[in-house]
Design a binder for this molecule. Structure first.
Ligand SMILES: [Zn+2]
Length: 286
């Protein structure tokens, strides 16, 4: 049973807008798989928790009657090799240590569960979700789940007898109540209007390859279509999120969206969706 969906914090939304290549897709892919679990379990996705002034992030936690399953989801793509607990990307000098993050969350979650008086038994694994991921020299004794093993792993979990009671629900509710939505520690990179790429992005594939055909915005990459009004409004929302101090004016949004040639069209959309403040060239929208 999905009990807490993955909702994005404001910082994360901004991060995503600033950086179209986020490591979020893998987690969503994993959510889609765990959602299909039929066994009695509670799934909590994307928790940001704190214990003793230390924040830690949990990609996915599955509560069953026997124990808790903690998953760190990685969307790495390409060829890596494993050496002394580190992963090295073969073509680049990139080094990562997903176990470090997993062990940290595992340790901190265990402390938290003990403090709250719940079953502290945790089975922690790193899930490599990308089908195009290969790990050479993969050790047998590490809690890694590879793309080819994932179905089997979840099948096994599914057949484990699990009977949830009030205590498990209480644990889930407690963790959700402790979830931090606005992290004061999360640092956003500094950015200004000039640096940020303008234009409407495709709602489906995030590309900037949009053209307008009649009432619709069409994506050259994935052929997705969206009404111009919806595309403009989505872009206004992004503009507001990125630049809360900027006023929403016809000129500002015309420049922000780039590919809508007519200012009149922008003005009409803003008029229909916002309250107009001021008159003529001093008009802005709220
Ligand atoms: Zn597209």
């Amino acid at each position: 049973m999905l009990y807490k969906a993955r909702t994005k914090s404001k910082e994360l939304l901004i991060m995503e807008l600033l950086n179209t290549r986020m490591d979020y897709e893998g987690e969503v892919l994993f959510d889609a798989l765990t959602e299909k679990l039929q066994c009695e379990c509670i799934i909590l996705n994307d928790l940001l928790l704190n214990i003793n002034n230390t924040n830690f992030q949990i990609d996915s936690l599955i509560i069953t009657s026997e124990k808790n399953y903690l998953f760190e989801v990685k969307n790495y793509e390409g060829d890596y090799y494993h050496e002394s607990d580190m992963l090295f990307k073969i073509t680049k000098s990139e080094i990562i240590n997903p176990l470090h993050q997993l062990n940290r969350s595992n340790y901190l979650l265990r402390q938290l569960l003990l403090n709250l008086g719940f079953n502290p038994q945790i089975d922690a694994s790193v899930v490599f979700i990308n089908p195009n991921f290969t790990l050479y020299q993969a050790p047998l004794d590490k809690p890694f789940i590879f793309p080819t093993q994932l179905d089997q792993y979840l099948d096994k979990l599914n057949t484990k007898p699990s009977k949830l009671n009030r205590k498990h629900k209480k644990l889930a509710d407690k963790l959700i109540s402790l979830h931090i939505t606005e992290s004061p520690y999360q640092q956003l990179p500094s950015y200004d209007y000039e640096q940020v790429r303008k234009g409407i992005t495709c709602v489906q594939c995030k590309s900037f390859s949009i053209y307008i055909e009649g009432r619709k915005c069409v994506c050259k990459e994935c052929r997705h279509e969206e009404l111009v009004t919806a595309s403009v409004m989505r872009s206004v929302k992004e503009f507001k999120l990125l630049f809360p101090d900027h006023r929403i004016t016809t000129n500002a949004i015309h420049e922000w969206c780039q590919m809508v040639p007519s200012k009149k069209r922008i003005r009409r959309i803003l008029n229909n969706n916002f309250n107009q403040v001021g008159v003529r060239q001093w008009t802005y929208y709220e």
